[in-house]
Write a protein that binds this ligand. Structure first.
Ligand SMILES: [Zn+2]
Length: 449
């Protein structure tokens, strides 16, 4: 981008040099020479530049004067229009490059955060529409990065045009004028650098926040880079803890100012983790007896236990669940899945209940999702209690409902969970129900209640 600015500045200098060569005497151009009408050669050249600019940037044409007004322009105005078109052309490149840089900042922020966290689900994907909305947020003074690029551009064009006119009126030499243009250009480059740094900091910190929040983390700690350049406001905030729900950029969330290097780190929910770890210890005490009883029962009935390796919920997913629903009772820390074809699902379920009862277990709850038209998930989720009062879950599935639950349905649900677009959510919901409606319903399923 900086190279682009240097090239642009060079091409403007060259154009001014041409004017000085053509109209100047002793290194100076007289003002009255420049306010004369353009000759037809200059005018034709300007028409040509105008047309090719309009063809290359149809979106920017509206920023220029109408084509018909070109014939009225004097030499100075012609030169100014030419400078304006060159600047707009570079603005268009700047905008495209900036968009790319910001999307990369988002991806980097989101993915690195997700990888660094323990308590994440299996689904890491970036939500495209959330990313675009974040990059385009009008986060300060009602403007987004693109508004600021064009605002800077227009300010630069005005200054250059004023420099040019005043320079000629003062009788500046070509060297004087070029010196001013280069100064303007240097300021422009440092503005652009500041814009990239600050906008990237905004996007990166937003991506971090979205990743932390979707992992169920509620609070963050302010983290300043402490050195001689650190601002007072960021020094004061270092180490302070806030809630994501109440985060406000510029007040308690970075960036606080231009060039701000502050970031945040998650404050993990330690009590949730401690609770989860206790529940897992408790599950471990009962697991081997339950697994052995259930395996015998499955053997006697002749059905299959699926996903036995995953019978214990992991510490990370349990921690996440506890952070998200601190009041809920966790009844599936230990959970099993029985799979029977749709002919036998209900029969096997009933036999299984009998067999468990024969071994001193009690059934404590049954949720038959096949009978629930409001939920795209299908299966019988039953809870049993051991004779020493430990509750666990046993799900009954058909091979198809089991595969759908772990595959496509899970994937769609994770997308649904992170989406904040009502339209996208509705279409994901539709898709989930369509898949669910395609399943073969187990025989006599309405009898299970
Ligand atoms: Zn700062």
């Amino acid at each position: 981008m900086i190279k682009e600015y240097k090239t642009l500045s060079g091409s403007i200098e060259k154009e001014i040099a041409n004017y000085y060569q053509k109209y100047g005497v002793d290194q100076v151009v007289e003002y009255r020479t420049l306010v004369q009408a353009m000759d037809s050669a200059d005018r034709n050249l300007l028409y040509k530049d105008f047309d090719s600019f309009a063809a290359a940037h149809p979106d920017l044409k509206r920023l220029l004067p109408v084509r018909e007004s070109i014939y009225k322009l004097n030499r100075l105005e012609g030169l100014q229009l030419s400078v304006q078109m060159k600047q707009y052309g570079s603005g268009s490149i700047e905008q495209a490059e900036m968009e790319k840089v910001l999307q990369q900042a988002y991806e980097k922020g989101y993915l690195s955060t997700m990888k660094g966290l323990e308590n994440t689900g299996s689904f890491f994907g970036i939500n495209e529409s959330v990313m675009k909305a974040t990059v385009n947020t009008q986060w300060i003074n009602g403007e987004n990065y693109s508004d600021r690029i064009w605002k800077n551009k227009n300010a630069l064009i005005n200054s250059l045009n004023t420099d040019l006119r005043n320079g000629v009126i003062r009788g500046d030499t070509y060297d004087d004028i070029v010196r001013q243009i280069r100064q303007r250009n240097d300021v422009n480059i440092s503005n652009a650098k500041r814009l990239v740094a600050t906008e990237s900091a905004f996007v990166m910190n937003q991506a971090n926040m979205q990743a932390f929040m979707s992992a169920g983390i509620k609070r963050y700690e302010w983290c300043s880079v402490m050195d001689s350049r650190t601002s007072q406001v960021c020094k004061d905030l270092d180490g302070e803890v806030f809630e994501f729900d109440k985060a406000q950029v510029g007040a308690n969330y970075p960036p606080m100012h231009s060039w701000c290097r502050s970031t945040v780190v998650p404050v993990e929910n330690n009590s949730a983790k401690a609770q989860a770890s206790e529940l897992i210890d408790e599950a471990k005490e009962h697991e081997s007896q339950v697994t052995s009883d259930l395996s015998s029962i499955a053997n006697e009935i002749g059905t299959k236990l699926e996903g036995l390796d995953f019978r214990m919920k992991s510490l990370s997913s349990l921690t996440r669940k506890i952070s998200n629903e601190p009041e809920a009772k966790m009844r599936d820390v230990l959970r099993y899945t029985n799979v029977s074809d749709s002919e036998n699902t209900v029969k096997d379920f009933n036999r299984c209940v009998d067999k468990f009862e024969g071994r001193g277990y009690n059934i404590s709850a049954v949720k038959n999702y096949w009978n629930n038209p409001d939920n795209p998930y299908n299966g019988i989720n039953a809870n049993f209690i051991t004779s020493d009062n430990y509750e666990f879950e046993l799900q009954f599935h058909t091979p198809e409902s089991f595969e759908l639950k772990n595959g496509k349905l899970h994937e769609l649900y994770e997308k649904f969970r992170v989406s904040d677009s009502a339209d996208e959510k509705a279409s994901l919901t539709n898709e989930m129900f369509k898949l669910s409606d395609g399943l073969r319903v187990p025989k006599d399923i309405t009898q299970v209640r």
